[in-house]
Design a protein around this ligand. Sequence first.
Ligand code: NAD
Length: 485
Amino acid sequence: MKDERDHPEDGASAEPDSTAAAKQPGRRGAAGLSRRSLLRRAGSVAAVVGLAGGAGRTAGAVQRGALPDAYLEPEGFAAPPLERVRMAFVGVGLQGGAHVRNFLRIPGVDVVAICDIDAPRAAEVAGWVIADGRQEPVLYTQGEEDWRRLLEEQDGIDLVFNATPWRWHVPVCVEAMRAGRHTAVEVPAAYTIDGCWQLVETAESTLRHCIMMENCCYGRSEMMVLRMARAGLFGELLHAEGAYIHDLRAIKFSDANEGLWRLEHSKTRNGNLYPTHGLGPVANCLGINRGDQFDFLVSMSSVQRGLSKYARERFGDEDPRALQPYALGDMNTSLIRTVRGRTLVVQHDTTSPRPYSRIHLVQGTEGLFTGYPDRIFLEDRAEGGHGDWQDVEPLRSEWEHPLWRRAGDDASGAGHGGMDYLEDLRLIECLRAGQALEMDVYDAAALSVITEVSEISVAERSRPVEIPDFTRGRWRQRRPTGSFA
Ligand SMILES: NC(=O)c1ccc[n+]([C@@H]2O[C@H](COP(=O)([O-])OP(=O)(O)OC[C@H]3O[C@@H](n4cnc5c(N)ncnc54)[C@H](O)[C@@H]3O)[C@@H](O)[C@H]2O)c1
């Protein structure tokens, strides 16, 4: 497989900087810095009104102007209803394959085409479709750009589902929307500011959906806490915390699946590389993009030790993997302030020995919920307003989200505790009903952009960096929809 760094994600339409250094994600070479200083200079005003572009963009390739009428609805963009949803999958590794299994169980879906550079894997996943008694999907397995051929040939496709490594997220989605297809993409949707704008502007100009599949927003506890927050159980919300704390050392050094591409990002980038799982659910509670908006961020990374130590211990002191410098600090902590004055902490640590956690903390004027393990504290249930954590279990029957009541049994056994199935189910239900999607391209951009914004802050001694408002002010009128209403 080619080096991850050969293709910056913004290579779909843009003209990337011609130097090799500029092509490396997050690389602090001369060209990389000039791109950041451009962004910095374009800075606060331009980023907020949507004018900031990365260096190397083709002038005029992207219009960062007003939202089209179809995107002005408070509930977001809705496309015409689809009787059935004809799908093509690009990238059917561990996560893409799990989605295919889900979609085979959801009414109204046809799996028409599968594209993967790993031909045996594509054939294996196609075998599941055939074993389900369906028509054999057309396979596209002739290299890293064969999805372009798929887009040309498969003109009956409604939805392209993109579960490729990160660098392919933007190029595949942009070209798929230009070809007239709706798109769904795994997390993060993009890992540059410019990539986020490309997704937003292409969705707007083509009138197509681009949803980021942030499954954690559909977690059982996450949806319950959203209901509680909406009902005012915690009072006025002040603060939230989320994280992706997941020891991926073995996975990063493996010679299969994410081991083939994820480590490259740790070599060259330093910030929060994977913010959306921790942020998605708590951003929903705070109404980000719908009533409030991220304003600015400061970010700090610890020193890097985990990958080097692991590589020395597993492979020996002289092994290239032990000698390799890794840019990514083990623990990154970013602090976000919203326009309405609330705060969020989001952390990323994939290289320290510790149990998995997304933290999932929501604090209001009358109490809080926090995860890992789930606990709650409500002032009016505590003696004298003080005391210990309260048991959340008795509250579950009252606050269980209606989606989990309706489809929780169907979701059981599906990926990540069932939340993957529910996000897939709601995507198809909304497309077939012609409704606005519960998460849209603005959510994809707002959650994903934390990647590069945190990298910029880390590189500049935790300088506050403005977070682009991809809704260009519409967050004031926009409101949650469907399961998140
Ligand atoms: N939401 C979640 O909980 C979750 C969990 C795991 C992974 N993910 C995300 O899903 C995506 C895929 O991760 P994964 O764990 O499945 O990785 P993976 O390596 O198992 O799968 C990626 C697949 O894409 C294929 N591929 C690579 N380049 C391609 C190209 N140019 N065209 C077509 N196919 C290509 C690979 O052969 C592989 O089959 C990533 O964005 C990751 O962050 C999300």
